[in-house]
Design a protein around this ligand. Structure first.
Ligand SMILES: *Cc1c(COP(=O)(O)O)cnc(C)c1O
Length: 399
């Protein structure tokens, strides 16, 4: 079968909720992927940051094979010999006290919404049904009805109401707005350290530190959605480290499995996740032994193979070189670690056509919002590979 045949099948039978680039990938290794015609590409998207460890990392693969042939699922009706070890290792690594394992990012977000509401009623003693959660404009936290209900992206909401009440939206990067939005009923502030889907938007320096202070002063749970910024993406294990703060609750997902399996987690202090009692919440696959074993190895290789340091170093290099681009289309280049956005002027006609040209040249990128080319390669990328990509990015943006 050829590229067109696969595309035709997808178009004939699949829901059209995506508009992928017309490349049909059949194999991946490290930062590289190959299409069904045998053409090789550098993956500069890394599944929206879910492949920080690169495609088919051999050690994670080994774990998957071993665990899959031993035990895959027990459900939480019984215990398994991977879950406790996963808890311990991830808590030690991230300085957390309690973990709730889930599958997708959106489920982690949904879970924390339930947890902080319950915390608000049981611990903060807010009157029943009044709890408010503050979120930011231009956020992205997933695609469930509750989550898109507090999105400010029109298309994400269109046709899906009625929505869950109890959310208040403020501008991103504006600590004063947070201060003003707080009421006696506020239970939590949910925010991304850097907005990813929103177009790689970096808040002003000191923002998170100020936010931490405001949450402390008002007895509000600070929830950082690090599903995309976490696990080394920005050059630190968690993006909160750039400002020397600690959230009350951190959400991780995406690269928690190195791209092998959907795994997410709510990492929390004892007070918030402590509100859950048996029967309050659950997931058939959450915390299954295959997921836990894979996540343990995915975290292990991230640390042992110095991927986080590499993200910081290579990210700085990539950003510096991209900033030197003199192109009539480029408005701004910004980023932290290997989370980089090239924002184009609206007159450039959208980032999509540049992503298509880059694909032809062997570099896979995807637009974030309309005008930003997102560059988020696996954290194992080497300088030569960045240079290879740069040559092609220059070509597409400057010629
Ligand atoms: C991807 C993402 C999510 C949603 O994760 P899914 O696994 O797609 O449900 C939530 N928050 C952020 C910041 C993300 O980047």
């Amino acid at each position: 079968m050829k590229t067109e045949d696969y595309i035709k099948l997808e178009n004939e039978y699949g829901a059209r909720n995506y508009e992928p680039l017309d490349v049909v990938i059949t194999r991946g290794e490290g930062v590289w992927v190959w299409d069904v015609e045998g053409k090789k590409y550098l993956d500069c998207l890394a599944a929206y940051g879910a492949l920080n460890q690169g495609h088919c990392h051999p050690k994670i693969l080994e774990t998957l094979k071993k665990q899959a042939s031993r035990l895959t699922l027990t459900s939480r009706a019984f215990r398994n010999d991977q879950l406790g070890l996963f808890y311990k290792e991830i808590c030690e690594l991230t300085n957390s006290h309690m973990v709730l394992p889930m599958n997708s990012g959106a489920e982690a977000v949904e879970s924390v919404i339930k947890a902080v509401r319950k915390w608000g009623y049981k611990v903060k003693k807010i009157p029943d049904g009044k709890a408010e959660i503050i979120v930011c404009e231009n956020n992205f936290h997933g695609r469930t009805v509750t989550i898109v209900g507090f999105s400010t992206e029109k298309q994400y909401r269109d046709g899906y109401g009625p929505f869950t009440p109890g959310f208040k939206i403020i501008p991103f990067g504006d600590a004063d707005a947070l201060r003003k939005a707080i009421t006696p009923y506020t239970v939590a502030f949910l925010v991304e350290p850097i907005q990813g889907e929103g177009g790689i938007i970096i808040p002003p320096k000191g923002y998170l530190k100020e936010v931490r202070k405001i949450c402390d002063e008002n007895d509000i749970v600070l929830i950082l959605d690090e599903i995309q910024t976490g696990l080394g993406r920005t050059g630190k294990l968690l993006a909160e480290e750039h400002e020397g703060i600690q959230s009350d609750v951190t959400l991780i997902g995406k690269s928690l499995s190195g791209g092998f399996y959907p795994v997410s987690a709510v990492l929390s202090n004892k007070e918030v996740l402590g509100v859950f009692h048996p029967g309050d919440h659950g997931s058939t696959f959450g915390g299954n032994p295959l997921a836990c074993a894979i996540a343990r190895t995915a975290l292990k290789v991230l640390i042992e193979e110095n991927m986080i340091e590499n993200a910081a170093k290579m990210g700085a290099y990539f950003l510096e070189k991209l900033s030197e681009i003199k192109s009539p289309y480029v408005k701004e280049v910004r980023g932290k670690g290997l989370m980089i956005g090239i924002e184009l002027y609206p007159e450039a006609g959208g980032a999509r056509r540049f992503c298509e040209k880059l694909m032809e040249k062997g570099v896979l990128c995807k637009e974030a919002r309309k005008n930003v080319i997102r560059i988020t390669p696996p954290l194992i990328i080497k300088k030569e590979e960045i240079d290879w990509a740069l040559e092609r990015i220059y070509d597409v943006l400057c010629k």
